[in-house]
Design a protein around this ligand. Sequence first.
Ligand code: PRP
Ligand code: GLN
Ligand code: MG
Length: 598
Amino acid sequence: MMLSSKNLSRGCVQRRSVEVAARAGTNVRSVRGAMPPPSHLASTFSNASALKGKIALGNARMSRMVGGGAKAYKRVTPRMCGIIGIFKYEGNANVELYEGLLMLQHRGQDSAGMVTTDWSRFKEYKENGLVKDVFGKQDLMDSMKGHCGIAHVRYPTAGSSSAQEAQPFFVNSPLGIYLIHNGNLTNTEELRDLLNSSRSFFNRHLRTESDSEVLLNILADEVHRAHQRCLQTTGCDPNKNKINFLFEAGEMTMRLLKGAYSCLALVKGVGLVAFRDPHGIRPLVLGKRAGAHGDEWCVASEDCAFGPIGFERVRDVQPGEMVIITEEGKLMSRQCAQGTPSPCIFEYIYLARPDSVLNGIPVYNFQLKLGTALANRIRQKGWDVDIVCPVPDGSRPAAIQIAAELGLPYREGLVKNRYVGRTFIMPDQRLREMSVRRKLNAMPAVFEGKSVLLIDDSIVRGTTMTQIVDMVRRAGARKVYLASASPPVVYPNVYGVDMPSRKEFVANGLTIDQVCTLLKADGLIYQEVDDLMTAGRELNPDIKDFDASCFTGTYVTGDIDEAYLQKLEMSGRGASRRAPQKVSLINNDRPNAMVGSS
Ligand SMILES: O=P(O)(O)OC[C@H]1O[C@H](OP(=O)(O)OP(=O)(O)O)[C@H](O)[C@@H]1O
Ligand SMILES: NC(=O)CC[C@H](N)C(=O)O
Ligand SMILES: [Mg+2]
């Protein structure tokens, strides 16, 4: 079938306007001024030899990604962390935390951790591995007693992936605080210095490289300072002011921290504490259910966690807000910093589950809108497409919509092995090379003789697409066109998605035409940034701005410049923290369990 277009533009060449990538805003700083825009934003390459050189460079990059060299990289798709906390009045929270955490497994697969309490004793366990491998043991679960608790799945963005840096983190004083964190701080080193300075009288001793441990210690330091202020105030009884200490500490902490943080904490003498950075970059949702003794509460990264454990969505924790559910079950809240919502748009494209509603925006509806916007642009291409096929799982909603908009058959030609997780960290080269192929299989019955439009939600390092184009051609496809429901990823994510280096991105420094050639496709089209923003704003007009920094280079916290990005890239963070380790589905050993109680 030939797609009609007045303005026919065939093949791989697509030009993106510089304006599309630029974003307005007085309180944001773009790194654009500090470095040249990616070359695909320029109109064309000036000569053929430049193009040849870049493509050669691109091929070298690709061979590293798929494990083609001695110094092969692991295939790692973007991930982050998931958090959940439960308050109930009786029984143990352990099983519900486990079930809820399973619903957040897509957000992090390096480690899982949990702490439960009856507010007199706390029981903690954390270990590398998937939730079912870490907590799927009766004796361990039986020992996790207490009617309240918090739990975490991690994909590291700071420090290493060792079990020591798995979450929760704990400080004994003041009060006794267990904390879990989703996001990434962008001023960790400054905060570390602050903690080591004379400002912090007790000179807090940090044991890891984790930004989350720094965050916890800043919060604890501020609780301590609030306590001291109380002692110096006539009539202030510390024992009656613990909740207030937390709110005050929340205000002070939010002044000090930069970056993204959605956090949950269990604080002895206070309760279950939830707070979110003033931009609300990472999600955090509050849920409720009726219990025999009153309302019971759940706070989680995504509300998809609520369904299986009987909670219903109440609202998002607001950017800059701290919510406390006291040990007695009373919900209290304070706006600790002025909120200027700019949630991460990548949550809606890829990270979050489609059955979640984040910041009032149903993820599924957002992805349908991406499909509609992309279909309008695909139509302009005039490609001769027979079938639309998603790259499972992430791209299904967009692909369904694209097929419907273009009036083309929607076909599932790539069969996914349901026993292979979303992402593997491969322990050796041979397994790395197999990763995409053992996960997805192309069916000749679908592709034989067909001109195929493959849809993916994103093309990051290009590992998935390179292999899939090859598979689909081997399965008999006549032509393979590609559409990405998101724009080219060309800038690092510094807010908790594991995309630290520009060098890893297939689109970095290449025109879209060149990326198309590199992926060996007959055509390639990306979503436009404007369409992305429009989709979000239409679904929640109260949100004027989204963090789309990995597409635009504009970072909503205003503290990221070229020097920061270069330091990040030169730190070798991505490579060093992925030291070979056990993969739970391959090897169920538990080399690094961290267990504790207090
Ligand atoms: O260009 P790349 O570096 O390969 O990364 C992009 C791919 O990674 C993700 O899929 P993933 O398999 O992680 O998850 P999914 O099954 O949920 O789509 C994403 O949906 C893309 O398919
Ligand atoms: N992806 C995340 O949210 C990670 C949280 C924290 N920065 C860590 O590395 O543990
Ligand atoms: Mg995918």
